[in-house]
Design a protein around this ligand. Structure first.
Ligand SMILES: Nc1ncnc2c1ncn2[C@@H]1O[C@H](COP(=O)(O)OP(=O)(O)OP(=O)(O)O)[C@@H](O)[C@H]1O
Length: 226
C-alpha cells in the first residue's frame, strides 16, 4: 500500500541549556494511505509535536519527513504553504473559524486562498454527511461547540487532502458529540479513502482507529493495529 507519511529518525527539541526539552527523540514512522491512526500518550509526551512535524508546522533539528513522497522541510516557504493547503487538512482544538463569514464560506476558505474553485458536489456531500445543511448560511457564533467542530472538520476535508491531522478534536465536546465526530471521520475515511491522524488522550476514541501509536517521553513505545 502507498505510504502517505514517512518519518525517519526525527529529532525535535525546544529551548536551550537547562530549559531544553527533547520532545521527539529519533522517531521513525510510516503511515499507509487510507488508515485511521490515533496517537496517544501522557501530557507532554510529544503527541502534538509529532503531529506538527508531520504537518510541516515545526521543523525538526534532525531527520526527514515525507508527505506523499515530498520531503517537507526541503521545500521553500511558499512551496510549503501550497503543499499544506493542497495535501493536508488540519483540525485543532481551537477551530480557527472566521466569525465574519458563514459556514459555507468557512468551509471553502482554504481553496479560496489557493485560488481554486471548490468542487460544489463534493462540498455539499461533506456538508450533508456532517449534518450541516440547515446551517450552511449561519454565522459561526450562531453555532454550538459541536457544530463549530463539524465545520472545522468539513473545512479540513473539503479540499480533498491526502492527509488529515487532528489535535484533540473532541477535547471540548461531550461524549455523545465526541462519538459522533469519530463516526463521521470514519465514514469520511472509508468513503474517500483518506488518511487520518488524530491525537487524543481518550482511550475509547483511540481504540476506534485502525492503528494506535503510543508515545512516551518523545519515543514511540507502542504501535498497535486494531
Ligand atoms: N513551543 C514550545 N516551546 C517549548 N517547549 C515546548 C513547546 N511545545 C512543546 N514543548 C514541550 O515539548 C514536550 C512535548 O510537548 P507536546 O505538546 O508535543 O506534548 P503532548 O503529548 O501533545 O502534550 P498534551 O497532551 O499536554 O497536549 C513538552 O515537554 C512540552 O512542554
Amino acid at each position: 500500500m502507498e505510504k502517505v507519511v514517512t518519518i525517519t529518525d526525527v529529532f525535535k527539541s525546544y529551548g536551550e541549556n537547562e530549559a531544553k526539552v527533547e520532545a521527539l527523540k529519533n522517531v521513525s514512522l510510516d503511515i499507509e494511505q487510507g488508515t485511521f491512526v490515533t496517537i496517544v500518550g501522557k501530557s507532554g509526551s510529544g503527541k502534538s509535536t509529532l503531529l506538527h512535524v508531520m504537518g510541516g508546522l515545526e521543523k525538526p533539528q534532525k531527520g526527514e519527513v515525507l508527505v506523499d513522497g515530498i520531503s517537507l522541510y526541503h521545500l521553500k516557504e511558499d512551496e510549503m504553504t501550497i503543499l499544506r493547503r493542497r495535501k493536508i487538512g488540519f483540525v485543532f482544538q481551537f477551530f480557527n473559524l472566521i466569525p465574519s463569514q458563514n459556514v459555507y464560506e468557512n468551509i471553502i476558505l482554504p481553496m479560496c486562498l489557493d485560488g481554486r474553485k471548490e468542487d460544489k458536489e463534493y462540498v455539499e456531500d461533506i456538508i450533508s454527511m456532517l449534518g450541516l445543511q440547515e446551517k450552511k448560511l449561519a454565522y459561526i457564533d450562531e453555532l454550538s461547540g459541536g457544530q463549530q467542530q463539524r465545520v472545522a472538520i468539513a473545512r479540513a476535508l473539503a479540499s480533498k487532502p491526502s492527509l488529515i491531522l487532528l489535535d484533540e478534536p473532541t477535547g471540548n465536546l461531550d461524549s455523545q458529540n465526541s462519538e459522533e465526530v469519530m463516526d463521521l471521520l470514519k465514514l469520511s475515511q472509508r468513503k474517500y479513502n483518506q488518511t487520518i491522524v488524530m491525537v487524543t488522550h481518550d482511550a475509547m476514541m483511540a481504540n476506534k482507529a485502525d492503528r494506535v501509536i503510543t508515545i512516551e517521553d518523545g519515543q514511540i513505545v507502542g504501535d498497535q493495529h486494531v
